[in-house]
Each structure stands twice: as structure tokens, then as C-alpha cells.
Write a protein that binds this ligand. Structure first.
Ligand code: SF4
Ligand code: SF4
Length: 177
């Protein structure tokens, strides 16, 4: 399905951002010649909205807000195909990692709820979710003790929380303030 037409407002272009990405990652948006090899191979693009060649182009022309607010960047499966097969060595995946980190720093509302819940749980208990019970074919529930499994050694959640809050995650995990 064709994407809706997007008119670029040239007054919004931020080339400092494009240069900043080039200087602070192992990627270079300015050498992309839009062959779209990355998009045609992209694992996530086959089932999701991700158009990685478009993201690279948006970065190259300085559409900072568009890429930071993009929901697409969160659907990347980190398969690395775009990185390995790009004939120009653009390294699109490195850009996506960078954008995700910057979106977290800025507390963007487009960060998927599932990510926020997972990180909040890590900050609270050190795990992405509390230990789960297993359900049998008869729909009976069993915890680890009932299955005679050893107790889990829990990570130091306070230490993890302290380190997470030193990063941009404070913007995301508001309930820990
Ligand atoms: S494969 Fe490389 S050169 Fe081709 S569109 Fe993607 S980033 Fe640009
Ligand atoms: S690393 Fe992400 S953007 Fe690159 S091809 Fe894989 S799913 Fe697509």
C-alpha cells in the first residue's frame, strides 16, 4: 500500500542534527544513493510500517522531529540486513539505535507502551516482568516451588534503577519520581 504523501516543510530542516548523527555514530546518511536495497530486504518492513530507506533520507535532509517522533523506528527487528547489504556502507541500523536513544532522552510519547512497561518493571524488580506461573493443559497454575524448581536469584533492582535513572529513562519512567 502506498504511503500518504508527505509534504516537506523546508523551514523545519535541521542539518546540524544530520551532521551530529554522522559524527556520533558509525553511520553516514549523506552517502545514501536511495537504491532501497535496505527497504527491500528489511525483515520488519515485510510485516510492519518500517521504511528504513525513508528514515535514512529523512535524516539526510534534516527532518529531526519526524524521525524522533517516528513510530517506525520502534518496529526494527535488529536483523542487521540493512547494515550488511547497503552498497554504500550507510549503516542504517546504527542510525535507528541512535534515534531510539534520543527519543528516550527526549521522553517522546511515541515510545511503545510495551517498552515503557518493560523498562519500568526492570527499574522496580530488575526483571522485565514478575516471575510467571505455568498453566497446564487442565488450566491448573503452578509456580516454581510447586514444580520443585530452585528459587530465582533476583538481581539488585535498586542498583539497576539508579543506573537507569541516570540515563534519559527518567523522562520515560515518570512513576518512579
Ligand atoms: S541500501 Fe544504503 S544506499 Fe541503498 S537506500 Fe538503503 S541506505 Fe541508501
Ligand atoms: S536491522 Fe531493522 S531496519 Fe535494518 S533490515 Fe533489519 S529490521 Fe530492517
Amino acid at each position: 500500500m502506498d504511503e500518504p504523501r508527505q509534504i516537506v516543510d523546508f523551514s523545519r530542516l535541521d542539518f546540524e542534527f544530520s551532521n551530529y548523527i554522522k559524527q556520533n555514530t558509525n553511520s553516514n546518511p549523506f552517502v545514501c544513493f536511495t537504491c532501497r536495497t535496505c527497504s527491500s530486504l528489511c525483515t520488519s518492513g515485510k510485516v510492519n510500517v518500517l521504511n528504513v530507506a525513508k528514515i535514512v533520507r529523512q535524516i539526510a535532509i534534516g527532518l529531526k522531529d519526524d524521525v524522533l517522533r517516528s513510530k517506525e523506528i520502534w518496529t526494527c527487528a535488529t536483523c542487521m540486513k540493512c547494515q550488511e547489504f547497503c552498497p554504500q556502507g550507510v549503516n542504517p541500523l546504527d542510525m535507528i539505535y541512535f534515534l531510539q536513544n534520543k527519543a528516550v532522552e527526549a521522553g517522546m510519547p511515541t515510545i511503545p507502551k510495551a517498552y515503557v512497561e518493560m523498562v519500568t518493571s526492570i527499574a522496580k524488580i530488575g526483571l522485565i516482568q514478575p516471575p510467571q506461573e505455568v498453566i497446564s493443559v487442565d488450566f491448573d497454575e503452578f509456580d516454581r516451588a510447586e514444580l520443585e524448581l530452585p528459587e530465582l536469584s533476583m538481581p539488585d533492582a535498586e542498583k539497576i534503577k539508579k543506573n537507569l535513572l541516570k540515563t534519559g529513562f527518567r523522562q520515560v519512567i515518570k512513576e518512579l519520581d
